[in-house]
Design a protein around this ligand. Structure first.
Ligand code: ADP
Ligand code: MG
Length: 230
């Protein structure tokens, strides 16, 4: 059992976060008033149907986008009112992203793909150590085309965690993988959460995976409709 989240430090605080997209005459309310507290070290799974606003919420938490209205803080940073420069800095210093498609550079080895990020970070893990954390010590010099989908995703996770982010945001990291491989990838994220203390939010379509998390959030039609501790 992990320690009670209530005993941990508040990292994200969202109040009545809304996001409206307008394209032409069409107005889409992607988020309709999200209230959410996230504590340091939590491992949260975010479930919900396609179009329910999961990616929008994750992108806003990660400083890839800003709310249309509402309050959003990361510790003492006001993410709702940050400009592009502040958001870029927030992402660079604090956030690791993992997406469904791995976005590895095909002409670079696993080690070199991770080193691209660690070369720019202040106090990074060694690429070899980051790859060891995801179980790929024996694949350091493989190119992406020589790796399975699950292995490529684990390289992408090593790349995201090598700069020691405070928070790891994963948008359907298992979306292109079969169930056993997806579960293995989730176990890697769980291990990073436990061993490095990285706060993790993971979007998945697979409700069975929810059992691995400390906490499960459910979104429906832009609203948070369930928030359960495991
Ligand atoms: P999910 O990740 O749960 O599938 P999204 O957050 O991607 O949902 O999308 C929520 C809603 O917002 C959807 O109706 C989607 O079409 C819309 N949406 C998302 N991003 C944009 C955008 N950049 N421009 C316009 N509409 C968008
Ligand atoms: Mg999405």
């Amino acid at each position: 059992m992990s320690p009670s989240a209530a005993a941990r430090e508040l990292v994200f605080r969202a109040r009545d976060v809304r996001k409206v997209y307008t394209s032409g005459a069409v107005r889409i309310e992607a988020l309709k008033g999200i209230d959410l507290d996230v504590h340091s070290g939590e491992f949260i799974v975010l479930l919900g149907a396609s179009g329910s606003g999961k990616s929008t919420l994750l992108n806003i938490l990660g400083g890839l986008d800003i709310p249309s209205s509402g309050e959003l803080r990361w510790r003492d940073h006001d993410l709702a009112r940050a400009d592009e420069r502040e958001l870029t800095r927030f992402r660079r210093e604090h956030v690791g992203f993992v997406f469904q498609f791995y976005n590895l550079i095909g002409s670079l080895t696993a080690r070199e793909n991770v080193a691209l990020v660690t070369d720019l970070a202040d106090d990074p893990l060694r690429p070899e150590d980051a790859l060891a954390m995801v179980g790929l010590s024996d694949r350091l010099d493989h190119f992406p085309a020589q790796l399975s989908g699950g292995e490529q995703q684990r390289v992408a996770i090593a790349r995201a965690v090598a700069k020691r982010p405070d928070v790891l945001l994963c948008d359907e990291p298992t979306g292109a993988l079969d169930y056993p491989t997806g579960k293995l990838v989730l176990e890697v994220i769980q291990k990073i959460n436990q061993e490095l203390g990285t706060t993790a939010l993971v979007i998945t379509h697979n409700a069975a995976i929810g059992g691995m998390a400390d906490r499960v959030l459910r979104l429906a039609d832009g609203r948070l409709v369930a928030d359960e501790q495991n």
